[in-house]
Design a protein around this ligand. Structure first.
Ligand code: PLP
Length: 376
């Protein structure tokens, strides 16, 4: 655990459940990412953790931002971001939100369909637009499936149309899925983008930007490739496909910047068994699926636990949250083991919970207070 967070928990013993996040670690992660991909401009995916201290720190580092709603745009502006450093990256936007963003000076918008393109043309005339294409999400532990992006052929037609509508056909984006553990996913996606660049050049539209999206993984229970491996694979593919004519490169990291900067401190509410001789104990925590651990759905993201009894003998457990909803079971099939000495009232820590935890916490499902947050 980050020493500064351990110290904070010791000194303050904050009420649980809470997230403690080291903003300095976010800065370190930002710098590591810039070192790995020096030619790419960083657009932090705000949804990973929209806390003001994170947005301000990143603004100070000259980061840009990928916002998915007018509210996220407002949060970036409030943190001091310039409107031209904000990309409105959601392909599904309300007209009122497009108008508000345009009036606030945001000039970059994503789309993946004709109706959305028409909305942008009407309510943000002249905007720089980029089309999101469908790519493989193989290797992603939190895939984004087919909700976003369109086929290459459609992207080609829409970029031509964008120009006809008086928009600036700026570039192409993709997202290889979150917690992407395979560098090949980016290489495959870049190859598809390069084909589009060629096709569109023949159609007289010269694109200038590739948005490589997010996906860069953090370490949970299992080792993942380092950020340098992603940097090398991405730059290799970019030079292979674009040669000396490299377009502008954007990346939209979310998880990578904030994930390992945060720790959730929680309390064990109950340790029980379903039968006297059942070897599996049920460990109920005061945080669960609705308290922010949404990414445990399908046991997709597997957090690491720290307990006061680590090192002692352990046994198999099912880990669950505190609400009266049976989907509020975190891990049943992932072979989690916890110390036999673990008991009600013990504090446990969930490591690398800085991304997609506070932002997924429900307001007060079942009366449980939303996750408290401490930025240090
Ligand atoms: C969520 C999201 C991201 C961030 O993804 P990570 O896997 O957290 O890096 C980036 N871009 C878009 C468009 C997103 O929706």
């Amino acid at each position: 655990m980050i020493p500064k967070i351990a110290q904070f928990l010791r000194d303050h013993v904050p009420a649980t459940p809470c997230l403690v996040l080291d903003v300095d670690r976010v800065e370190e992660n930002y710098r590591r990412l810039k070192d790995a991909l020096p030619l790419a401009r960083v657009y932090y995916a705000v949804k990973a953790n929209p806390a003001a201290p994170i947005l301000s720190r990143l603004t100070g580092l000259d980061s840009s931002f990928d916002a998915a709603s007018w509210e996220e745009i407002e949060a970036c502006l409030a943190a001091g971001a310039r409107p031209d450093a904000i990309s409105y990256g959601n392909t599904i936007k309300k007209v009122a939100a497009i108008k508000a963003a345009h009036e606030a000076g945001v000039t970059m918008f994503a789309f993946d369909s004709e109706p959305e393109l028409l909305k942008i043309a009407k309510h943000a005339p002249g905007a720089r637009v980029y089309c999101r294409i469908l790519v493989e999400n193989k290797g992603a532990e939190w895939p984004l499936s087919r909700k976003f992006g369109c086929e290459l052929e459609m992207a080609r037609e829409l970029m031509v149309k964008a120009r006809e509508l008086g928009l600036d056909p700026y570039g192409i984006s993709f997202h290889v899925g979150s917690q992407q553990t395979s560098t090949a996913a980016y290489e495959g996606a870049i190859a598809r983008v390069a084909m589009l660049f060629t096709d569109l050049k023949e159609a007289g539209v010269k694109l200038r930007m590739v948005n490589l999206g997010g996906g860069y993984p953090v370490r949970y229970r299992q080792e993942v490739p380092g950020i340098d491996d992603f940097g090398t694979a991405i730059m290799g593919a970019m030079t292979r496909h674009f040669g000396n004519d490299l377009p502008e490169m954007l990346i939209e990291p979310g998880r990578f910047l904030v994930g390992d900067a945060g720790v959730v401190s929680a309390e064990v509410v109950l340790v029980s068994r379903k039968g006297k001789d059942d070897p599996v104990r049920w460990v109920y925590l005061d945080i669960g699926r609705f308290g922010g651990l949404a990414e445990t759905e399908g046991e997709a993201i597997k957090y690491t636990f720290r307990t006061p009894h680590d090192g002692g003998s352990d046994g198999p457990v099912t880990i669950a949250g505190p609400t009266c909803d049976s989907t509020d079971t975190l891990y049943e099939k992932s072979n989690y083991r916890l110390p036999l000495a673990l008991d009600c009232g013990d504090r446990v820590e969930l490591l690398s919970t800085g991304a997609y935890v506070t932002s997924y916490a429900s307001q007060a499902f079942n009366g449980f207070r939303p996750l408290a947050e401490h930025y240090i």
